[in-house]
Design a protein around this ligand. Structure first.
Ligand SMILES: NC(=O)c1ccc[n+]([C@@H]2O[C@H](COP(=O)([O-])OP(=O)(O)OC[C@H]3O[C@@H](n4cnc5c(N)ncnc54)[C@H](O)[C@@H]3O)[C@@H](O)[C@H]2O)c1
Length: 265
């Protein structure tokens, strides 16, 4: 069955990479459902796109809420063709200092959320449809003070492979993308640490951070007929940063603290 004009559910679709993906998929004629923890933003974004787009509030870690979302979408728009999970948070901190609550929050949203997205896709996506999980460069490249995020995203990569095997008999494809540093509200805090983004760029062969549209283009491809023979794959989208090393946020924060105490003195 063709993916043209499919119903696409984008979780975490109200901001950043998810929003760029929603705009791209709506522009090509998909019926885009923007689902987000921030329900007001999801509704507002759907209004911006117009047409058959709709916005819904959802907590990606809530199994009942996710089930209700997919039941509602199926009742309103028919069988789902594509699910894209873009919901993510990051709570940095070295292992010695990271609270259990921050570890659990990160793993819940990034990994359990991906699990529930696949679980609902297994129930609601029609034959020939697809799932894209937004993992991360940090699923394969470690970053100091990013244990929860790196571990959760590594888990997402394996989840995509297992899901690809399990859903293949129904011809549902499951793939992952691994963005490197992309300017979005999620990474705004990192831009306030002097030198951090510069260090990323120095370790990026293509010499720039990504844009949400860089990632949306590939998600658009993965959810289209053009990717009809791709499943269980993870695509690196990071300007080549996976060939080098990730910035050390702890060192950069120490530099910042030292500079501010010098200025104070
Ligand atoms: N920006 C980057 O540099 C980067 C790099 C690698 C991977 N990623 C991943 O890309 C995805 C999108 O991130 P982004 O940079 O666009 O961030 P973003 O903060 O701009 O967007 C994330 C969206 O997810 C929603 N969300 C957060 N928690 C949620 C929850 N519990 N339930 C439902 N929705 C929730 C937020 O409200 C927000 O609209 C995330 O999975 C992130 O980990 C981002």
């Amino acid at each position: 069955m063709s993916t043209q004009g499919q119903v696409a559910v984008i979780i975490g679709g109200a901001s950043g990479i998810g929003w760029a993906t929603a705009a791209l998929m709506a522009a090509r004629g998909d019926t885009v459902i923007i689902a987000d923890l921030d329900g007001a933003a999801a509704t507002a974004r759907a209004g911006e796109l117009g047409g058959s787009t709709a916005g819904h509030q959802v907590q990606v870690t809530d199994e009942t809420g996710m089930r209700t979302l997919f039941d509602t979408v199926t009742a309103d728009h028919g069988p789902v063709g594509a699910v894209v999970d873009c919901a993510g948070i990051s709570r940095p901190g070295t292992i010695a200092d990271l609270s259990l609550a921050d570890w659990q929050a990160t793993v819940d949203v990034c990994l359990t959320g991906a699990f529930l997205s696949v679980k609902e896709a297994a129930r609601s996506v029609r034959e020939g449809g697809s799932v894209v999980l937004v993992a991360s460069l940090n699923g394969r490249q470690p970053g100091v003070a990013m244990s929860a995020y790196c571990s959760a995203k590594a888990g997402v990569l394996m989840l995509a492979e297992v899901a690809a095997m399990e859903l293949a008999p129904r011809r549902i494809r499951v793939n992952a993308v691994n963005p490197g540093f992309v300017h979005t509200p999620l990474t705004y805090g990192a831009t306030l640490v002097p030198g951090l983004v510069d260090e990323y760029v120095e370790n990026t062969p293509l010499g720039r951070p990504g844009t949400p549209e860089d990632i949306a283009q590939t998600i658009g491809f993965l959810t289209s007929d053009a990717a009809g023979w791709m499943t269980g794959a993870a695509i690196d989208l990071n300007g080549g940063a996976h060939t080098m090393r990730y910035p050390n946020i702890v060192d950069r924060l120490a530099d910042m603290t030292a500079a501010s105490s010098t200025n104070d003195g």
